[in-house]
Design a protein around this ligand. Structure first.
Ligand code: PGA
Length: 251
């Protein structure tokens, strides 16, 4: 049994005060059988770490540098994130890839740096609408995954978390259907299986893209969907907790 994960990606959407109160509201309601993660911006990590300390809620960051230290103005290293109590780090979110130029190679390097610091990357992959419509979904997703194998070898996804987030579904209100999502998730697991069966079987594979309390249960019921990476619906504790509960076994 893979322990389901639901991670809230708050992006640039919380003030200092609202990040802490959102974290408090989430941490107040334990969700049995699901690992719940909140991912604030890095300047809010210290506050949110205090709020979730001693609760079942884990802390995640939204990105990390590929570098450990040195002349890299504006970057935050994984070791620093670990010092603030982070357990997870989102890497390769499509907004990072498309808006900030995080290349496949740089995402792979960041993923590696996160692992070396003893944290768990949540590695995002996914195709644009154009790529889907031209039948290239798996070519794109495999190339994003392959960058990690190229850097770290067949065990690159050992103890890993991958989030499949079709770019056309992020923040748009358009969700991949449960069957569409399952098809890609299964293909991702098989692709990793071909390199290392243990990594593939243990891999926690999250779906992201307009997940909400109304569609979560059907998505999470699919055999290769082990939880979700949630944007918009993570900004209201009631909605986020409903999505978290939908990931619990036997709901
Ligand atoms: P969304 O965002 O749930 O608002 O679509 C998901 C994400 O960007 O991780």
């Amino acid at each position: 049994m893979r322990l389901p994960i639901v991670a809230g990606n708050w992006k640039l959407n919380c003030s200092r005060e609202s990040a802490s109160s959102l974290a408090r509201e989430v941490a107040e309601v334990p969700v049995a059988g699901v690992e719940v993660i909140v991912c604030p911006v890095s300047v809010h990590l210290a506050d949110v770490a205090q709020v979730v300390a001693g609760t079942d809620v884990a802390l995640g960051a939204q990105n990390a540098s590929a570098q450990e230290s040195g002349a890299y103005t504006g970057e935050v290293s994984s070791t620093m994130l670990a010092e603030f109590g982070c357990k997870y780090v989102i890497i390769g979110h499509s907004e990072r890839r498309s808006l900030f130029g995080d290349s496949e190679k740089s995402c792979a390097q960041r993923h590696q740096a996160v692992k070396e610091a003893g944290l768990i990357p949540i590695f995002c992959v996914g195709e644009s609408l154009e790529e889907r419509e031209s039948g290239n979904t798996m070519t794109v997703v495999k190339s994003q995954l392959q960058a990690l194998f190229d850097l770290a070898g067949p065990k690159a996804f050992n103890n890993a978390v991958v989030a499949y987030e079709p770019v056309w579904a992020i923040g748009t209100g358009k969700t991949a259907s449960p069957d569409q999502a399952q098809e890609v998730h299964q293909a991702i697991r098989q692709f990793i299986f071909a390199q290392d069966s243990d990594s593939a079987n243990a891999l926690r594979l999250l779906y992201g893209g307009s997940v909400n309390p109304g569609n979560a249960q059907e998505l999470f019921a699919k055999p290769d969907i082990d939880g979700g990476l949630i944007g918009g619906a993570a900004l209201k504790s009631k909605d986020f907790l409903a999505v978290c509960k939908a990931a619990a076994p036997n709901t």
